[in-house]
Design a protein. Structure first.
Length: 227
């Protein structure tokens, strides 16, 4: 008796769809909830790191610095910076999707909402737990919203656009951007520390690990089966 091996399923990959194609690609009953759950979780990750008070993620160092000098909450500063970053997409010819605009709004709103009910713990070890959990949740949240394939976030699009225009690697462009925003944020009095370093070292590997779990099958996006 002989057995027939089943063909290996092609690995899931990200596709570069335009904003209309993203919506026409189907499976919105899965992709939209995944997108918005990921964005709310991203807001949770920010709140956890803020309440851990051991250092914010690089862009949140900038947001917290702005919030010290302007009549804004951290989430409001995040939303404003997101739309300012989107203006930089114009010369880079990046095209936003529904996920791009949602990213710019939902993360800041959810971060503020969670910060309103989440107190900072007094014990140092518990603040450490908050910080580590914030980094881990951010990796999951990033994988979820990117995997929904409904458009890059404002900062991700800035990174990919600059990399394409300059010919530099994505890793180098991301590193330079995050160094720049941390420096500006520190000059404004933003909160940086061990959590910032942990985020910088861990977020890439965490996202790479979790992303394959959440990518919507491109065969389905392009009209294939819905397995």
């Amino acid at each position: 008796m002989t057995s027939t091996a089943l063909p290996a399923r092609a690995p899931r990959v990200l596709t570069d769809l335009g904003p209309i194609a993203q919506l026409r690609a189907g499976r919105l009953a899965r992709r939209l909830p995944q997108l918005y759950a990921g964005l709310v979780l991203y807001g949770l990750s920010i709140a956890l790191m803020v309440r851990g008070h051991l250092g914010n993620a690089p862009w949140d160092v900038l947001h917290s610095g702005l919030a010290r000098h302007l009549p804004l909450t951290l989430g409001q500063a995040l939303v404003i910076v997101s739309f300012l970053v989107l203006l930089l997409w114009i010369p880079l010819r990046e095209v936003p999707g529904i996920g791009t605009v949602s990213n710019a709004i939902v993360i800041g709103v959810s971060a503020d909402a969670i910060l309103a009910v989440l107190d900072q713990p007094g014990a140092l070890w518990l603040r450490g737990v908050f910080t580590v959990a914030g980094v881990a949740v951010c990796g999951l949240a990033t994988a979820m919203y990117i995997g929904a394939q409904l458009g890059r976030g404002p900062r991700d699009g800035l990174m990919t656009g600059l990399a394409r225009r300059t010919g530099l690697s994505l890793r180098l462009v991301r590193t330079l951007l995050e160094i720049a925003v941390v420096i500006i944020g520190l000059l404004l009095g933003g909160v940086a520390g061990l959590g910032t370093v942990l985020y910088a070292l861990a977020i890439g590997p965490l996202t790479q690990l979790m992303l394959p779990w959440w990518i919507v099958d491109p065969a389905s996006l392009l009209g294939g089966d819905d397995r």
